[in-house]
Design a protein around this ligand. Structure first.
Ligand SMILES: Nc1ncnc2c1ncn2[C@@H]1O[C@H](COP(=O)(O)OP(=O)(O)OP(=O)(O)O)[C@@H](O)[C@H]1O
Length: 354
């Protein structure tokens, strides 16, 4: 079978999100059929995302039907050339943000990162919440990072906790030190940390931003190649109002918003079994609709989440409905990252053929 014949057969593989097949979308970037084996390179951006795993599986089925073996490889369609020069080994940077404090942003960041790692991805977690770096505690991590010297430059080796490479100013300061850095110091500290950590090769780097829309958040958006942002809100209307401002800020900095997740939705009462909407109903969905970004789902108000955080055990890695809600979030976020990357590839392809 010729390369062109096999490429034609791959038109039977639909992209679940792009409303077309993978060949028409420009996702088959290289194909060589030789001696009963097809080497196929696909423009896929989100390792271990359900949709992209399904695409790869369909390609294997088509090869099987054609009676040939297939070797698949993936290359990430980059948004721009600059993306590969900052954090070159990191495929995707996902920022987790909230318009106001205390809505569960760090909880979402930790469980999103652990959920992606549980799916098999290589994941790093960067706690950029310089004013309240509580991520290490949520993962039970208190190992000081090692510093190695490479070509005369100090490199910080991030410790590993729950299969995640972790970095936080919380690992670099004493527990009793109040973090009282003013804006410029906080920004410089962060910028230095970005540059000095050796993340190695990662599928996803999850960044826990400080709450709100201040200078530190802007520093991250301006200095890191953020693939997209997950915005956390509670159903309460004031949180929704603050979040709307956050979403607007990302728009101004041309940062993609992957979607809004609603945390602390209905409380399932352990004694009566009823669900109580303590913070109101449907705030997250209303917000997502109002600012025209995807709704990523809701996470229940469950005391086990706080207990897991206190014990350094992310709830996503356990069993039960709440764990499944976080597992679903990780899968949905990975799929949204994949859609952004593949959609970009499709646009490149369309503009090249104009
Ligand atoms: N869905 C939930 N159910 C129960 N407890 C939760 C839930 N989400 C978060 N919490 C608890 O609420 C507290 C605040 O959560 P977290 O630190 O994640 O919020 P945050 O938005 O990151 O806060 P900050 O503004 O301080 O950065 C923690 O004790 C956490 O365990």
């Amino acid at each position: 079978m010729s390369d062109a014949d096999f490429r034609d057969r791959l038109r039977a593989v639909d992209d679940p999100a792009l409303d077309t097949d993978i060949v028409s979308a420009g996702l088959v970037t290289d194909i060589t059929v030789d001696d009963g084996t097809a080497a196929v390179e696909l423009a896929l951006g989100a390792p271990h995302a359900p949709d992209e795993a399904a695409i790869a599986e369909r390609v294997r089925e088509v090869a099987d039907d054609a009676g040939i073996d297939v070797e698949l490889s993936a290359n990430v369609p980059l948004f721009d050339a600059a993306e590969s020069s900052v954090l070159p080994g990191v495929k995707n940077v996902i920022a987790v943000a909230s318009g106001k404090g205390g809505v569960g942003k760090s909880t979402v960041a930790v469980n999103l990162a652990a959920g992606l790692a549980d799916r098999g991805a290589n994941v790093g977690l960067f706690d950029a919440d310089v004013y309240g770096p509580n991520v290490p505690q949520m993962l039970g991590a208190d190992t000081d990072p090692d510093v190695t010297t490479v070509d005369g430059e100090d490199r910080i080796e991030p410790p590993t906790a729950h299969e995640l490479k972790l970095m936080s100013v919380g690992l670099l300061i004493d527990d009793d030190d109040p973090v009282v850095w003013r804006g410029p110091v906080a920004q410089n500290t962060l910028t230095d940390l970005f540059d000095d950590v050796s993340w190695g090769s990662l599928d996803y780097l999850v960044v826990d931003l400080p709450p709100g829309t201040g200078d530190v958040q802007l520093t991250v958006l301006q200095n890191l190649p953020v693939t997209g942002t997950v915005v956390v809100t509670t159903p309460q209307s004031v949180a929704v109002g603050d979040t709307r401002r956050g979403v607007q800020m990302f728009g101004e900095y041309q940062t993609n918003v992957l979607g809004v997740v609603e945390n602390m939705s209905g409380f399932v009462c352990p004694s009566c079994g009823d669900t109580h909407d303590i913070f109101g109903e449907d705030g997250g969905r209303t917000l997502a609709d109002a600012v025209d970004v995807p709704y990523l789902g809701s996470l229940p108000l469950d005391p086990a989440i706080r207990a897991g955080a206190d014990d350094g055990e992310p709830i996503v890695s356990g069993d039960g409905d709440t764990a499944v809600a976080f597992q679903d979030l990780a899968a949905t976020v990975a799929d949204k990252v994949g859609v952004l990357r593949r959609h970009h590839q499709q646009q490149q392809r369309d503009s090249a053929s104009d």
